[in-house]
Design a protein around this ligand. Structure first.
Ligand code: ADP
Length: 357
């Protein structure tokens, strides 16, 4: 098997070049258009309304959750709802405090600064951010060694929107400086169906209810994946059929892209198959499992396992990885009979009259 390349999987949750080009056109523009995430939407709506009421800049906002759930979209909505410009950058792009100082000092009043992957910022930049968030001020260091001096620089009030895949990775002093934290959840299938219908309308794709449901069920609770699968299904419908997306066409198209009815891709299934067929359902160590599928341990652990665990198909135990009953069922295989010592003794045995039966 060729090494698995996450960027070519139709169900990868990170954005590829095509996603970035299309996503701009598909992003909801205001809170009313944003589907699902009811709790975050309501909380955020209150924060924004209160800020508008006071004619003030909204508190800093932290959005946490896996990729592709709408964190960038929400940051743009915050700016749009406040009628403010937005600047977009990311933690890995800010390696030196000077990089951050340059961005902060060029912000205009009320501007929204979206900082994606905020947990990956360098330490000195992070410390500069504390002061900027709290006092709207940074100290710019001029010169080196004993002659270095800190020149305080006033900043206009701005709103920082930080995004992170895990809020727990943020140092508490940074976390505490956000006035509001929104935890983004995976989307329910019915919500993804709405996302798909909306995107289909914008992309001028004809799709029926069953077609949208079929795509939603394979989208791993993630709008970015739903939008991508919709585009692949659209291609198939246009090339091989008359362009309309039905359940049969969606299923056939996603079969071509090796995305099964539960959203598992080639690697996910290879891992499950090895676990079931070669190791009888486990327990088996991660590195052994990785060798069996011809992948690096990290790829199996970071790319395949989180979704398999979330789906209740695989469990991580201190003795190794084990398959659940649902995994056997999903691959249409029969689990081996339980070893004798784990089965309950038959009723007759308890009374010592088993021989008669
Ligand atoms: P993140 O920043 O969390 O990785 P994005 O905001 O870039 O995710 O969203 C990815 C794609 O999914 C975008 O094209 C966006 O249009 C779509 N999307 C995300 N959330 C929603 C939603 N609630 N309603 C409709 N589309 C959404």
């Amino acid at each position: 098997m060729s090494p698995y390349d996450e960027t070519t999987s139709a169900v990868s949750s990170s954005a590829d070049g095509e996603d970035r080009a299309v996503e701009a056109a598909l992003r909801p523009k205001d809170l009313g258009e944003f589907i699902g995430q009811e709790r975050v939407r309501e909380q955020l709506s209150l924060v924004l309304q209160a800020a508008r009421h006071r004619a003030a800049t909204p508190d800093h906002v932290l959005l946490s959750g896996p990729p592709g759930l709408g964190k960038t979209t929400l940051s743009m909505i915050i700016a749009a709802e406040m009628n403010a410009p937005i600047r977009i950058t990311s933690g890995p792009a800010i390696q030196h405090a000077g990089d951050l100082a340059a961005i902060l000092s060029s912000l205009t009043e009320g501007e929204v600064l979206f900082l994606d992957e905020i947990h990956r910022m360098s330490r000195p930049a992070e410390e500069m951010l504390y002061m900027a968030m709290e006092d709207f001020r940074v100290d710019v260091i001029v010169g080196k060694g004993p002659g270095a001096t800190a020149i305080p620089l006033e900043l206009p009030p701005f709103t920082l929107v930080g995004a992170t895949t895990r809020a727990g990775l943020l140092p508490p002093p940074l976390r505490d400086r956000f006035g509001f934290t929104g935890h983004m959840e995976f989307y329910a299938p019915v919500e993804l169906e709405r996302v798909i219908h909306r995107s289909a309308r914008l992309l001028d794709v004809r799709i029926d209810t069953a077609g949208a449901a079929e795509i939603a069920g394979r989208s791993r609770g993630t709008p970015r994946i739903a939008n991508r699968l919709l585009r692949r299904v659209r291609d198939f419908a246009q090339v091989r059929h008359d362009g309309e997306v039905t359940r049969e066409i969606a299923a056939a198209a996603l079969g071509v892209y090796e995305v099964d009815e539960r959203g598992l891709d080639r690697l996910d299934r290879a891992v499950l198959q090895a676990l079931l067929k070669l190791f009888g359902g486990g327990p088996v160590g991660l590195s052994t499992l990785a060798v069996a599928v011809g992948e690096e341990s990290e790829t199996v652990e970071e790319v395949a396992e989180p979704f398999l665990v979330r789906e209740g198909l695989l469990a991580r135990t201190p003795r190794g990885r084990i398959a659940t009953a649902a995994a056997w069922q999903h691959l249409g295989l029969t689990p081996p009979p339980a070893p004798p010592h784990t089965s309950l003794p038959a009723q007759q045995d308890l009374f010592g009259d088993a021989a008669e039966g």
